[in-house]
Each structure stands twice: as C-alpha cells, then as structure tokens.
Design a protein around this ligand. Structure first.
Ligand SMILES: NC(=O)C1=CN([C@@H]2O[C@H](COP(=O)(O)OP(=O)(O)OC[C@H]3O[C@@H](n4cnc5c(N)ncnc54)[C@H](OP(=O)(O)O)[C@@H]3O)[C@@H](O)[C@H]2O)C=CC1
Ligand SMILES: O=C(O)C1=N[C@H](C(=O)O)C[C@H](O)C1
Length: 251
C-alpha cells in the first residue's frame, strides 16, 4: 500500500525499499506488488536503503523499527514510525532519537482516526461524570499486539481529559468474579478475526443512555497516504518528536 501510494503521489519519490536480508523478496522490483515496474529493487541492506532516502517510513515490529531508527539517526534522516506495541524503553529510545532527527510517531496515520481523537476530547469533557468509559477494538487475525496502539491512544486521550493516569486506571479484559465496575477505570476489549482492517469504538455508558464514537477502516490506504503526509511534514525540519495531530495541525 505504501509503495502504491508513493508511486501515485506527486512530489514523492520511492528512493528505496528494504526487507530482512535473505528473504524471497530481496532483489525483486518494489513495484511488483503494486503491479508496476519502478526500477527500485528490494534490498536486504537497510543502511544502504535509508542512506539513499530523505525519510524512512517504518511499519514493522518494535525491535525492527528501533534498529532502523538507529540507522536513520546515524545517517541524519527523518523517520515516520507507524509501528505499535512499544514498551516504555522503546518509546524512550524513539524520544531520544528525536532529539537529533525529526520523527513522526503515531499509532494511526488515518485522518479520520485523528479526527476521532479530537472528538473524544470534547466527548470526555462533556461526559466527565456518571459515564463509564470502555474502548473496544477489532482487527484481523494477523495482528500481534493488543490492545491496538490506536485503542491505547484513545484511552490516553480520554484519561488525560478526565485528569486520570491511564497506567493507573486501565483494565485490560475481565474474567471471573470481577466485582462491580469501578467508576474511574477505563476498560479495553479486543477482538481478533479474519480480515478486519481496524474498528475502534469508545463507549461512554451512563444510566439510561450510551454514547458510542466509532471509526471503521475499510482499507489500509489511509494509513499509507497519512504516512506520506507525515514524511512531507518532516521535510526541512531538523529534529523533534511529532505525531499525526501535529501533521494535521490539530494541536
Ligand atoms: N500507525 C498506523 O497507521 C498503522 C500501524 N500499523 C502497525 O504497523 C506494524 C506492522 O503492521 P502490519 O503491516 O500489519 O504487519 P505485517 O506483519 O504485515 O508487516 C510487518 C513487516 O515488518 C517486517 N518485520 C518484522 N520484524 C522485523 C524486523 N525485526 N526487522 C525488519 N523487518 C521486520 C515483516 O517481515 P517478515 O514478513 O519477514 O516478518 C513484515 O514485512 C504493526 O505494529 C501495526 O500495528 C499498521 C497499520 C497502520
Ligand atoms: O495492525 C494493524 O492492522 C493496525 N495497527 C494500528 C494499531 O495498532 O492501532 C493501526 C490500525 O488500527 C491498524
């Protein structure tokens, strides 16, 4: 999707594409998957690939992203990170890298999801008392981290607005005799199955009414186009840690 989007977008050049060394894709044209010939061959040499570009766009796994980010830092290149599932140490490593290079790090690059983050601030402000907050997300069977990075960010946005610390109030699933729900908690429920691209709902449940704010992805293309928008945003910047709210001017 990223390659397809990059090939279509005016002013964006696909400089390189890389995969792990030794995989079957190395040596093949990067456009093959998008049904075109680009002349850019997939390489197993991440350093060489990152060196030949202005900006790294990385959607892999935390350990891969951190390796690639270290190369981007060394080479003085910008980075757009879409990978989710980082622990605190991983997030700290990204923040350190952003002291030297410009980085957009966002759990969801889609414009619609970022609009929802803003809507959640408003909803949480209005529904700050008497409403239980639950975050429900569904993704495809191949996803490896849970809850999704987007669900966690939604929880963070609501928690911040309500003056709570998500680390202290999050409940990740329930089982057995749990006791009554504590008012200050924020619950997370995860569904995994089939080819669900990504659904997120934040439920504000009161006595006598429920409010649901939902985003549903029907395609991964908005993640790809959002990433390219983020790469453009970084052009000409020297260092700093940004997210899609910065890119979209929503802060
Ligand atoms: N911010 C956003 O908008 C979005 C974020 N994501 C996040 O992006 C990440 C990737 O998701 P998705 O594309 O579905 O995952 P996939 O499994 O489809 O792709 C991940 C890719 O990363 C490669 N990879 C994995 N580990 C490493 C490593 N250590 N070094 C180098 N390459 C590695 C995999 O290679 P191999 O096949 O060889 O393992 C694979 O090509 C997830 O964290 C997901 O949550 C996804 C969509 C949108
Ligand atoms: O793994 C995915 O597919 C997605 N991951 C991101 C997340 O964890 O929030 C973004 C999107 O939901 C798709």
């Amino acid at each position: 999707m990223l390659i397809e989007a990059a090939l279509k977008e005016e002013g964006i050049v696909l400089a390189a594409a890389f995969d792990r060394p030794g995989t079957a894709f190395v040596g093949r044209d990067a456009g093959e998957f998008a049904g075109s010939v680009t002349g850019v061959l997939i390489t197993g040499d991440a350093r060489q690939a990152i060196a030949s570009a202005d900006c790294l766009i990385d959607f892999t796994r935390p350990e891969g992203t951190l390796e690639h980010l270290a190369l981007a830092r060394e080479l003085g290149k910008a980075a757009v990170i879409g990978t989710t599932g980082f622990d605190a140490a991983g997030k700290a490593a990204i923040a350190r890298a952003a002291e030297e290079i410009p980085v957009v790090f966002a759990p969801n690059m889609a414009v619609g999801v970022n609009a929802v983050f803003k809507l959640l601030e408003v909803a949480a402000r209005i529904l700050s008392e008497g409403y239980d907050v639950e975050v429900i997300e569904a993704h495809h069977r191949f996803k490896v981290d849970a809850p999704s990075g987007t669900a966690l960010r939604m929880g963070e946005v609501v928690a911040r607005q309500l003056g709570r610390d998500l680390d202290q109030c999050a409940i990740y699933g329930r089982e057995g005799v749990t006791g009554e729900r504590k008012a200050e908690t924020i619950g997370f429920s995860t569904i995994r199955g089939g080819d669900v691209v990504g659904d997120h709902t934040v439920l504000f449940a009161g006595i006598g009414e429920r409010i649901e704010i939902t985003h549903k992805s029907a395609s991964r293309m908005p993640y790809a186009t959002g990433s390219l928008r983020a790469a453009r945003f970084l052009q000409g910047r020297s260092a700093g840690l940004f997210d899609m709210q910065d890119v979209l001017g929503l802060k």
